[in-house]
Design a protein around this ligand. Structure first.
Ligand SMILES: Cc1ncc(COP(=O)(O)O)c(C=O)c1O
Length: 463
């Protein structure tokens, strides 16, 4: 352990002491919510069952955590793996792996309509998972939580269902932002083409934040939906979702927040910014792939038509007419990813066991240290504001991001290169892509410092 690291963690420990006493009580009050909807004093532990995979630690210790992530303990190209591609997908702790295995070894069965014991056990576990996620996001009722296959699926569900409702008339407008992932752009674009509505875009300022004055000016009575991400996967920008949602409401527009890059990095309390829809992906928050969440306001879900037909989503079927089930089942046609939902709840329990605030503080220290080290490199451009979450994107003058990423891979570092599914954002900055380091609870300051040295070394070879 380096001196720097011990100092850093002392600092974190001090901050976390106030949080650990907070965690010990059932609910901590008052909670502090930033304008961007970040929960600074966590209430998210309340009510979540604690798993006993590890002794409780008051401050987040990434070295201890790493023992729970077997995949991290390997060499790539003869070098220890440094996994910094967490925005693409995070690694999974033993409790999540165990959850999937236990499900198949002990209760695998189809859910909801089974009279037999295994089906009842699987149903109970699946619905308990829904409740865990409902509590984690602090929503009003578990029926507001729909299991999907991921954020992309959640956006498509809402776009498809709203497209069949009477929400839009020709000439109406949908607003997205210039920071969006393609999955929060293309489904709306497809809907616009189909219904003759217009897509408007909130511009991005030079510091990688949204131009909120321009946003306010875009809003009008024609605006029927605003859909933005909570945190940008490309630049780590944390958006002011409180402002975005409250302004949209003033003109009667619905709001959809893409939380794919927020839920993994800090506590999210949906009561604090009152959006109509919120989505995230299990695989980015230590859970499995193929499972995701859509939150929808209950009264809206009741009114909206289903998007896919099949089993589970019906009340009664005749050849003349079918009546539909209540939410959330109305939107969950077919056999769901049962094991995935249960394992996602295990991942959420894991996050709550660590403390969402501890994760946020730890990652903040990592990303700030990474920015400080990288900023010293000659010819480097760091994208996004200083106050980033999760991801740090950069380019070095005269060097292609792909070449840098390839050399870093040779040294054992997993970083992502390219447009990060944000081509319009790359075009706005006149670049084809960036190289991106993205962080999780198990990353260490040592890894960040090693990254700085590896980038310097790679640049000596490339320049
Ligand atoms: C901000 C954001 N939105 C949406 C997505 C799409 O997530 P998924 O591929 O899990 O559906 C991603 C994935 O990187 C993302 O970062």
């Amino acid at each position: 352990m380096t001196l720097y690291k011990s100092m850093r963690f002392l600092d974190l420990q001090e901050r976390d002491q106030s949080e650990s006493s907070c965690r010990d009580s059932a609910r901590c009050s008052p909670q502090v919510i930033t304008p961007s909807g970040r929960l600074l004093l966590s209430t998210t532990l309340a009510g979540s069952p604690t798993r006993h995979y590890r002794p409780f630690v008051s401050a987040l210790d990434p070295y201890q955590l790493r023992q729970e992530f077997p995949i991290l303990n390997q060499e790539i190209n003869g070098k220890p793996l440094v996994y910094l591609d967490n925005a693409a997908t995070s690694q999974k702790p033993l409790c999540v792996l165990d959850s999937s295995r236990n499900y198949y070894e002990r209760i695998n069965s189809n859910i909801h309509r089974g009279v037999h014991r295994l089906s009842q056990a699987a149903t109970a576990a699946h619905e308990a998972a829904r409740e865990t996620i409902a509590k984690h996001l602090n929503v009003n009722r578990p029926e507001e939580i729909i299991f999907t296959s991921g954020t992309t699926d959640s956006v498509n569900l809402v776009a498809s269902s709203l497209g069949r409702s009477d929400q839009f008339q020709k000439g109406d407008e949908i607003i997205v932002s210039g920071l969006e992932h393609h999955s929060n752009t293309v489904p709306w674009q497809m809907l616009c083409e189909r219904l003759g509505i217009t897509l408007k875009v909130i511009p991005v300022l030079d510091d990688g934040t949204l131009d909120l004055e321009a946003y306010d000016a875009l809003l009008s009575e024609r605006t029927k939906l605003v859909s933005v991400n909570h945190v940008s996967n490309a630049f780590g920008t944390v958006n002011n979702v409180i402002h975005i949602c409250s302004q949209a409401k003033k003109v009667g527009a619905l709001t959809f927040i893409d939380g794919a890059q927020s839920v993994p990095h800090f506590g999210v309390d949906l009561q604090s910014f009152d959006c109509d829809f919120y989505a995230f992906s299990g695989h980015k928050v230590y859970g499995p792939t193929g499972i995701g969440i859509l939150y929808g306001r209950y009264d809206l879900l009741c009114k909206l038509p289903p998007w896919r037909g099949g089993g589970e989503m019906i009340k009664e079927v005749t050849f003349e007419k079918t009546t539909y089930n209540d939410p959330p089942f109305k939107f969950e046609a077919g056999t769901p990813n049962i094991e995935g939902g249960i394992a996602l709840a295990a991942a959420i329990d894991y996050v709550n066991n660590l403390g969402a605030t501890n994760i946020a503080a730890h990652e903040d220290a990592l990303i700030k240290r990474a920015a400080t080290i990288l900023a010293e490199i000659d010819g480097i451009t760091l994208y996004g504001p200083d106050d980033r979450a999760g991801a740090l994107s950069f380019n070095v003058e005269g060097v292609h991001h792909y070449d840098l990423g390839t050399l870093l891979d040779q040294m054992g570092f997993a970083l992502r290169t390219g447009h990060h599914c944000c081509q319009p954002l790359m075009a706005r900055f006149g670049i084809t892509g960036t190289i991106r380091a993205s962080f999780a609870a198990y990353n260490t300051i040592e890894e960040v410092e090693a990254l700085g040295k590896a980038v310097e070394k790679a640049l000596m070879m490339l320049r």
